[in-house]
Structures are given as structure tokens and as C-alpha cells.
Design a protein around this ligand. Structure first.
Ligand code: FNR
Length: 181
């Protein structure tokens, strides 16, 4: 099982990047996590969508190669960050590599609500025509006050969150294995 992770932050010390790396490490015996960097993508431009740069082609190829996508979403101004919206715009056009690709979502913020609004918006986007991705029902992972829950080595040190994440991973793998291929 190969999962592509799309992290919606390009910040060097991003908590969401750390969360993605933690998931990659903790569940390495359950699935392979390919962490994609949205920084490599230029601004989406309809004029060149049929002949995009190598970076866009590679990004799409890695999504196409994956069995599922994990969205690791920060929250900016009550919604998804622009860099994530840009990646979504590329993915939604031409070969539409997200169509039918199963998704699950996690997100971390320093506020208490842990990206609730951003995730609600992302859930809505996943139903749009260009993306059309079946989404793991329930299992909403909102890591609030993340600065208190991740240590300097990038380990999640908040036991209830780790336990919940374990159960979400179990649910995700059980759900995805039942989907038609
Ligand atoms: C934020 N942050 C933020 N947090 C939140 O819970 N709700 C929000 O609406 C916002 N809005 C927002 C806008 C902008 C422009 C910035 C720079 C930040 C705080 C945000 O959660 C925090 O910076 C996280 O650390 C961002 O995620 P990464 O980069 O650490 O993964």
C-alpha cells in the first residue's frame, strides 16, 4: 500500500510536515508514505496546463502511482493555505489524477481547534468535479495546540492523540481495502 502525502505548508519548521514525517515513521510497516512538496509547483496557469513543467508532471505522477492520498492541512485565515489550493488546481485539470483516488485528512495548528475550518473546506473540495475523491468517513484528526504535542525530534508526545491516530490508521486501512479498485 502506497500513500502520497500532500502537505499544505512550505515552512521549514512546519508542524504539519513534522506530523507527516511522524506518520511516515510510525506506520512504516503498514504503508509506504511518499511525502510530496508543494513548493516545487509553479502557480497554476490554464495557458500551460496541457504542457506543464516537469515539477507538475512529477507531482501528478506520484499521486497517480499512489493507492490513496493523505492531506496534511494547516489552517490559514480560516481555510486551506494558498499553496495547497494551488496544488489542488493543478490536480483538478487535464488528467485529473485525483478522480476516484481515496483520501483521508489530518491537520495541525497551534490554536485549540486544530484546523477544523480548513478541513471542512477541504472535505467540500474533495467532492468537486475535478477532484472527486472518496473520503474516509468520520475519523477527523484535528491536532490543536500542536506546539505542545510534538517534541524537538518531531515525535508526537501527546498519548491520547497518538492512540487516536492509531485507530484512524486502522480504520483508514480497513476502509481502503474494501473499496473497488
Ligand atoms: C495562521 N494560523 C492560523 N491558525 C489557525 O488555527 N487558524 C487560522 O485561521 C490561522 N490563520 C493563519 C494565517 C496565517 C497567514 C498564518 C501564517 C498562520 C496559525 C497556524 O496554525 C500556524 O502558523 C501553523 O504552525 C501553520 O502550520 P505549519 O506551517 O506549522 O504546518
Amino acid at each position: 500500500m502506497k500513500v502520497a502525502a500532500i502537505v499544505g505548508s512550505i515552512r521549514k519548521d512546519s508542524y504539519n510536515k513534522k506530523l507527516a514525517r511522524y506518520i511516515q515513521k510510525r506506520y512504516s510497516d503498514r504503508f509506504e508514505l511518499d511525502i510530496l512538496d508543494v513548493r516545487s509547483l509553479p502557480f497554476y496557469d490554464q495557458d500551460i496546463e496541457n504542457e506543464p513543467s516537469e515539477a507538475v508532471q512529477e507531482f501528478k505522477r506520484r499521486i497517480a502511482d499512489a493507492d490513496a492520498v493523505l492531506w496534511v492541512v494547516p489552517e490559514y485565515n480560516g481555510t486551506i493555505p494558498g499553496v495547497l489550493g494551488n496544488a489542488i488546481d493543478w490536480l483538478s485539470r487535464v488528467d485529473k489524477v485525483m478522480n476516484g483516488k481515496p483520501s483521508w485528512i489530518v491537520g495541525a495548528s497551534m490554536g485549540q481547534l486544530g484546523t477544523v475550518k480548513a478541513q471542512l473546506h477541504l472535505r467540500d473540495i474533495l467532492f468537486s468535479m475535478g477532484i472527486s475523491s472518496p473520503l474516509l468517513p468520520g475519523n477527523e484528526v484535528y491536532v490543536g495546540a500542536v506546539h505542545e504535542k510534538i517534541d524537538a525530534e518531531g515525535n508526537l508526545i501527546h498519548e491520547p492523540t497518538v492512540k487516536f491516530l492509531d485507530s484512524v490508521v486502522d480504520n483508514f486501512l480497513a476502509w481502503v481495502s474494501k473499496l473497488p479498485r
